[in-house]
Design a protein around this ligand. Structure first.
Ligand SMILES: CC(C)(COP(=O)(O)OP(=O)(O)OC[C@H]1O[C@@H](n2cnc3c(N)ncnc32)[C@H](O)[C@@H]1OP(=O)(O)O)[C@@H](O)C(=O)NCCC(=O)NCCS
Length: 150
């Protein structure tokens, strides 16, 4: 498994995984490409040895902070460490960029993702009422402070 930066030829893969993982809230191919063109957006993919896209992680950053937006792994490739691999890769990139704090929000019912984030060292830092739509649900907020230095 390899971590690679997004390139436009992978937009269909990301849009397919968006639809598979986020249903009514999925980003379209156009939205993926528009976000990827922004200078404050980062998007990494995990690909297997045949070049197949297994999952992706993305986020927006400003100054020394990064907010993770989406982490997704195809249903057939879950529970094999792909999500953790993507998260480790993004945190490693963030450290290189001298980003000191990473935040994220996740549906309160999403036990799988919360467990993954907590194992990576994220700590709960609040909730946001009715933050999500389709269906309406609270968000659990998490943060991690990255140590300074290489
Ligand atoms: C959440 C998600 C990214 C996890 O990806 P993954 O590749 O299966 O995760 P990993 O194999 O790296 O699992 C790491 C840890 O996460 C937790 N975890 C992952 N899937 C889980 C599940 N179905 N139930 C409970 N815990 C789970 C476990 O603690 C796991 O560690 P373990 O395997 O040692 O028990 C994946 O399920 C997914 O894409 N879900 C839909 C999209 C989503 O909810 N994204 C997150 C919100 S933005």
């Amino acid at each position: 498994m390899t971590l690679i930066p997004f390139t436009p030829d992978r937009a269909d893969d990301v849009a397919r995984l968006e639809a598979e993982c986020f249903g009514a809230n999925a980003w379209s191919r156009t939205a993926v490409l528009a976000s990827a063109a922004r200078e404050d957006f980062v998007l990494f993919l995990a690909v297997d040895d045949d070049g197949r896209t297994l999952g992706y992680i993305n986020g927006f950053f400003v100054c020394s902070e990064l907010d993770i937006c989406n982490l997704a792994v195809g249903t057939e490739d879950r529970r094999r460490g792909v999500g953790s691999f993507l998260l480790r890769g993004l945190l490693s990139w963030a450290k290189e960029q001298e980003i000191g704090r990473v935040t994220l929000d996740v549906r309160t019912s999403n036990a799988a993702a919360k467990s993954l984030y907590e194992k990576a060292g994220f700590v709960p830092c609040g909730t946001r009422r009715s933050f999500y739509a389709h269906p309406t649900e609270d968000a659990a907020l998490y943060e991690i402070t990255l140590p300074a230095g290489k």
